[in-house]
Design a protein around this ligand. Sequence first.
Ligand SMILES: Nc1ncnc2c1ncn2[C@@H]1O[C@H](COP(=O)(O)OP(=O)(O)OP(=O)(O)O)[C@@H](O)[C@H]1O
Length: 626
Amino acid sequence: MSTQEAASQPVPSFEYELLDGDTDHVRTVVASSNYSSPRIEPSKVKLRHRIGRGVFGDVWLATHHQSTKDYDEYHEVAVKMLNPVKEDHMRVVLDKLEDRFYKCQAAKGVCRLYGVSIIGGKLCIIMKFYEGSIADKMARLKDGKLSPPDVLRYGINLAQGIFELHSKEILVLNMKPSNMLLTTKDQAILGDIGIPFLLHSVPIPNSDIVQRLGTPNYMAPEQWQPEVRGPISYETDSWGFACCIIEMLTGVQPWRGKSVDEIFHSVVRKQEKPCIPSGLPPLIENVLLGCFEYDLRSRPLMTDILNVFQSFQHVNGDWQAIGSSKVLNKSSATGHTEWFLSKDHLQVNDLVRSRKPLNSCKSDNMNIPEGKIVGLEGETEKDAFVLVRVRGIHDPVRVYASTLERVSFGLAAGDWIRLKEADKKHSPVGILHSIDRVGNVAVAFIGVETLWKGNSSQFQMAESFCVGQFVRIKASILRPRFEWLRKKGSVWATGKIWWILPNGCLMVKFPGILSFKEECNSYMADPAEVEVVNFSTCPGMVKKYQHLEDFHWSVRPILIAFGMFTAMKLGIAFGKVGRSKVKKGQSNLVYCESQHVEGQNTNNPAWIPPPVKNILFGDSVNTVAR
Ligand SMILES: Nc1ncnc2c1ncn2[C@@H]1O[C@H](COP(=O)(O)OP(=O)(O)OP(=O)(O)O)[C@@H](O)[C@H]1O
């Protein structure tokens, strides 16, 4: 069945129902008895004019014709006409759209969907027509800024909408003021149902169009190259949400005036964050700062954001009325943000161990290598104490919950793990993001864009890496996944880990190799393809010296200079000894030797090979003899 035919299948009887006379709550009521699919016949939709053109398609104002035996009705609708996809992929995308349609039906914070169709060979989403978006409202204001009460109110509306989609495992990935529509009751709702990921990796006929997973100004670092820098996850939307809040507050789009390449450079390479305006209540500032953490695991989830925003509802957005409670910092012991820590809550009987700092191998704070929780104090507080029974200690130990991590099936979030059965499509080594108490895991691997879901039995522990370690491509790897530098003689160079991405991808610099461009000195590595190079385990003096050169490119010239200096000193010292000997006897001959040698190579007499020295000596002697 062709996709055109598919779109012309018997149409379900959608009805537009007015709830309490409120035109914003016109719902598509689907009679379950005759309902088969959300597809709308293209002939029933008449496009009127285009409202706007976006990255993923155009939006049209249209009329939807509904007819039964008894009546004919015409409704004004908006039609999002997606960018063309290749004919043989239409069916797949259409199925995905249908699935999305069902999932979004009950979501109150998301724009109302009426159905899907194929019009003029393009996939279309038929939805309710709204009078405008937050971007339109901002454009009408003199300085483009919304008032704090409006930002707070819209922020809560949007966070609720995003949370609804997240609870259906949908990532929005395209938050921006033009995708935030306003109802007649001045409520903000999401105008995008996660189109970027739905269209991601779908071949398009026009190869000139760059396919991105969002709109560059609002994209989180991992969103640019999710296979390599991923995974994209719910916290990816926290970044986009914070961008919108900042734009609403300041009237300025994040990274305004920068090209796509420049934004990529700032966000991804230089790890820069959009500027947060001053004067915000500390809790709001704190949550926005958290949204811009480079490592998505350290960002707040939508429910955390919602809690913070809702806590300001009672002051009606009058931010000045709020006291200045201190902005919370990262845990000084482990460097984890409160958002990272809030993703798991300890319970009595949980097995625990001391928490290691993120991306670090330091285990010097392993006060509790293994223990069992026997009591909780202040369950809801972030810095609550817990009582831990530790083997060998009589009484339970009382420690901060934030200093512990839960261990289930021998694994804790943050562990490096290796798949027992490798899948060629991605790296076998990854980082565990979560494990529940029955062993279900979410793991990030290089090569997988989203979190990989599975069971703890599919893994074994892998060697862990940490920032500061030196690594080199294993001898068995002929063609590594990422480009890697070689030294003279085609030997793999040794690099130093300076950052570890949430999927285990190692960011490596080569301090032993001189480079004038900072960014050219940063490379990526698959943890499954490298081995740690350690000074103490380097076999023999030569290898140890070679590893010393990996620490900094200046080691070699400094050592050479030092060698020359030492040799020169020795030469002078020997010369003096020689001269003092001359004083005692054969004055002419030795004086000329010394003079001649110094004249030939003042810098490093030790470098003159013996035969040359002999010739020189011979000449000198001869000269003197003449
Ligand atoms: N259901 C709707 N009712 C009214 N206007 C809408 C509706 N959906 C989108 N719009 C408006 O249509 C314009 C284009 O929307 P569209 O979503 O295509 O573009 P965009 O938001 O700039 O980009 P993207 O394709 O990335 O979403 C925007 O101004 C948007 O506010």
